[in-house]
Design a protein around this ligand. Structure first.
Ligand SMILES: *Cc1c(COP(=O)(O)O)cnc(C)c1O
Length: 227
């Protein structure tokens, strides 16, 4: 136990999160299978991720391309059917690597990035799941499309790049109650005919599931505190 990793504790935490998602879903008449749990592994080494993989979990999220390139190619060789989501900001000079490694990009938020993604996906004939990130709190320092610009941005992505948009994603302001942000995201999705909602993290994923999340992104509740 010199590295401080107890595989059983990760597996227990994972199954507890899975159960809480199921309970939250059923409480509002939803099916637990309609909610995808993205286990967020940023900052955690492969040794820490292995217990989740060995327990059969296959859907993971990372926020940095560079860090992901260091750990996931090897894990992808060991475990089949992995689904990797990029949940952090994407620079256009990393798009090629991102399209190669990831199955889903959750942070599409500007036309230049959308264009680059479209080009790269076409060149490789690899079509990723795409989420548009909405800055629901209109926070100046944060990435994501402003709510007031969301409808136009979505329409442009569909028109210019023929994107089949899987969903919308948001990260509510840290200091605010999350529910109004989840509701806003849902409103924008519904009026644009988008089904996916990536919302909810360790502190509020049950709230998010009750509010309609189809994808929750949970890190510390499964893997423990980040260093
Ligand atoms: C880190 C991160 C998460 C997970 O956060 P936890 O609080 O550890 O569950 C979810 N979404 C994004 C975009 C993140 O960067």
């Amino acid at each position: 136990m010199s590295d401080g990793i107890d595989p059983n504790s990760t597996q227990r935490a994972l199954s507890s999160v899975v159960q809480k998602i199921a309970t939250a879903a059923r409480s509002v008449g939803r099916s637990p299978s309609d909610v995808e749990l993205i286990a967020v592994t940023k900052t955690f080494a492969a040794t820490k991720i292995l217990p989740a993989l060995e327990a059969g979990h296959r859907v993971f999220g990372e926020n940095r391309v560079q860090e992901s390139l260091h750990k996931w190619p090897e894990l992808k060789e060991q475990f089949s059917n992995l689904e990797l989501h990029l949940i952090g900001p994407l620079q256009t000079n990393k798009v090629r690597d991102a399209v190669e490694l990831f199955d889903s990009i959750q942070t599409v938020d500007r036309m230049k990035l959308a264009r680059k993604l479209a080009d790269e996906m076409t060149a490789r004939d690899k079509h990723l799941k795409l989420f548009i990130q909405i800055n629901t709190g209109s926070e100046p320092q944060k990435t994501g499309v402003l709510p007031a610009e969301a409808d136009d941005f979505i329409a442009s992505c569909r028109r210019d790049f023929e994107f089949d948009i899987t969903g919308l994603m948001c990260i509510p302001p840290f200091e605010e109650e999350a529910l109004p942000h989840f509701s806003l995201l849902k409103d924008i999705a519904e009026r644009n005919g988008i089904c996916g909602l990536s919302m909810g993290m360790s502190s509020d994923y049950e709230v998010a599931v009750r509010a309609g999340a189809t994808h929750v992104r949970v890190g510390s509740a499964i893997f423990g505190a980040r260093g």
